[in-house]
Design a binder for this molecule. Structure first.
Ligand code: BGC
Length: 268
C-alpha cells in the first residue's frame, strides 16, 4: 500500500501564516501531522491556520520567530519540543523578495534576502537535524529519521535579472539541500527541494494581480494556468510521506512547464 499518512508525526512549517506555507501546513495536518505554524508578522493569520489544523484533529501551535535570527530560531524549536516532544518534518518555506535593478540594489536588500532565504534555512535545518540525530529512526513512525523540505524556486535554474539577490539565494539552496542530503543520508534524513514557478501567493502579487500581468504570465507557462498553493502542498505532503522514501537530494520542479518554455523566465 502506498503510504501517505503522516499520523502521529510532528512538523514545523516556516512562514506558514500565508501563501504556500499556509497551504503546506494545512496539507500536512490533513495527512495527520501535528503542525507548528511559524510566522514573523501577522499573528491573527497564524491563529486562523492553527484553528483550521485543529479542526482536522491534529495538534497545532503558532510560533513567532524571525528565521534569520539564531536566538529566535532556538527558542522556537524549544517551544515546539515542549508542545510536541520532537520533530519529524521540517518545511523550510519562509522566504521573501526585495527586488531592484542590480546597480541600485542596496546592501540591506541583499542581506535581507540572504538572511531569510538562506541563513534562515541553515538555522532551522541545523536545529531540526540535531534533534533528529538525538532521537534516531523510530520505525513505527517512518523508515526515515526525518524529512527536510527546502523551498527553492524555478530560479535555482532560471537566472532572474532584476532579482539577483533572490536568484542567488535559491541557487545556494540547491547546493545547501544536496550537501545536506549527502551528509545525512546514512542517518536516514531525507532532504529535498521544491522548486515552484509562478504560484498565486502574496510574494508575487504584481505578476498576477492585473489582467495584463496575468496574460503575460500565461504566455510563459505551457500548462496555461497559474499555480495554486494547494498544488505545492500536495507535493510537500508526498515528500514528507513514506511514499517518497527513496527520494533524497532532489529538486522537484512544480511550474506548469515554465522551465521547459522556450522563452524561459518571467524576466525583470
Ligand atoms: C518567485 C515569483 C515568481 C516565480 C516565477 C518565484 O520563485 O517568488 O515571484 O513569479 O518564481 O518567476
Amino acid at each position: 500500500m502506498i503510504q501517505y499518512s503522516l499520523k502521529g508525526q510532528n512538523a514545523l512549517v516556516t512562514g506558514a501564516n500565508s501563501g504556500i506555507g499556509e497551504a503546506i501546513a494545512i496539507g500536512l495536518a490533513e495527512a495527520g501531522a501535528n503542525v507548528a505554524v511559524n510566522y514573523v508578522v501577522g499573528p491573527e493569520q497564524a491563529e486562523v491556520v492553527v484553528e483550521k489544523i485543529r479542526s482536522f484533529g491534529s495538534k497545532a501551535i503558532a510560533l513567532k520567530a524571525d528565521v534569520g535570527n539564531e536566538a529566535e530560531v532556538k527558542a522556537m524549536f524549544k517551544a515546539m519540543y515542549d508542545e510536541f516532544g520532537t520533530i519529524d518534518i521540517l518545511v523550510n518555506n519562509a522566504g521573501l523578495q526585495r527586488d531592484a535593478p542590480f546597480h541600485d540594489m542596496t546592501l540591506a536588500q541583499w542581506e535581507k534576502v540572504m538572511n531569510v532565504n538562506l541563513t534562515g534555512q541553515f538555522l532551522c535545518a541545523r536545529e531540526a537535524i540535531v534533534e533528529m540525530l538525538r532521537r534516531g529512526v523510530q520505525p513505527d513512525r517512518s523508515p526515515a529519521c526525518g524529512k527536510i523540505i527546502c523551498m527553492s524556486s524555478v530560479h535555482e535554474l532560471i537566472p532572474w535579472g532584476g532579482h539577483v539577490n533572490y536568484a542567488s539565494s535559491k541557487g545556494a539552496i540547491k547546493m545547501f539541500m544536496q550537501s545536506l542530503a549527502q551528509e545525512y543520508g546514512d542517518r536516514k534524513i531525507r532532504v529535498n527541494s521544491i522548486c515552484p514557478g509562478a504560484v498565486q501567493s502574496p510574494i508575487n502579487r504584481p505578476a498576477w494581480d492585473t489582467p495584463e500581468a496575468m496574460e503575460r504570465l500565461m504566455s510563459l507557462i505551457p500548462y496555461n494556468r497559474i499555480g495554486q498553493p494547494k498544488d505545492v502542498a500536495n507535493l510537500a505532503v508526498f515528500l514528507a510521506s513514506d511514499a517518497s522514501d527513496y527520494i533524497t537530494g532532489a529538486s522537484i520542479f512544480i511550474d506548469g512547464g515554465m522551465t521547459v518554455f522556450e522563452g524561459f523566465a518571467e524576466g525583470g
